[in-house]
Ligand binder design. Structure first.
Ligand SMILES: Cc1cc2nc3c(=O)[nH]c(=O)nc-3n(C[C@H](O)[C@H](O)[C@H](O)COP(=O)(O)O)c2cc1C
Length: 187
């Protein structure tokens, strides 16, 4: 399996990094694109260096590097996850304004009918946000708010992060046990 993963400048970049770690653990090829704002937020919110994050990917590209193969729908990938997705990138995709490699790769997934998972983080939401989210859902994207559940009685931030990562892996059809599902008896 080969996936595109984009990390943009929304809060919660740790979700994208943890997802990358899990995809690597599962031997999945990841083409990684971190937006310039995403790089800034990684610096502000985590202790990860870009080198350490890039080392987890199979290939990595700048958001402005149009030599990236994923800017063409003819390049074979199995889908794309944007995690976290800023409302700016979400708006670009919803409105067909593919001004960088991230929004173009997402556009390619939509036009080719491949899975596009958008893990957005913002609160509260404006009417414009809601309309853009609706447009994307209508266009075939999977919309996942970065909103972990609490029914598994999380004991750490890692438990909360893993809940979201597990739900993303479920959407991709990737077997995982990194979060506790409702109804799991633990025996
Ligand atoms: C610390 C920090 C946290 C941010 N959190 C969010 C957020 O949660 N959601 C969001 O839509 N934008 C957030 N932003 C604003 C985006 O980074 C900004 O809109 C940026 O232009 C997004 O660019 P990109 O989509 O190319 O990454 C945040 C910015 C900073 C510096």
């Amino acid at each position: 399996m080969k996936l595109v993963l984009a990390i943009t400048g929304a809060s919660g970049v740790i979700y994208g990094i943890r997802l990358l770690e899990e995809l690597r653990n599962k031997g999945i090829d990841v083409i990684l694109i971190i937006s310039e704002a995403g790089k800034k937020v990684i610096e502000l919110e985590t202790d990860y260096t870009l080198e350490k994050i890039y080392a987890l990917s199979s290939e990595h590209y700048s958001e402005f590097d149009y030599k990236t193969p994923v800017v063409s729908g003819s390049y074979k990938v199995d889908g794309m996850v944007i995690c976290p997705c800023s409302m700016k990138t979400l708006s670009a995709i919803a409105n067909g304004y593919s001004a960088n490699v991230i929004s173009r790769a997402a556009e390619c997934c939509l036009k080719e009918g491949k899975p596009l998972i958008i893990v957005f983080r913002e609160t509260p939401l404006s009417l414009i946000h809601l309309r853009n989210l609706t447009l994307l859902k209508e266009a075939g994207a999977c919309i996942m708010p970065a909103a972990p559940g609490f029914y598994h009685k999380p004991e750490s931030i890692r438990d909360l992060i893993n809940f979201i990562i597990g739900k993303i892996l479920d959407q991709l059809g990737i077997e995982n046990n990194i979060y506790t599902r409702w109804g799991f008896r633990g025996d």
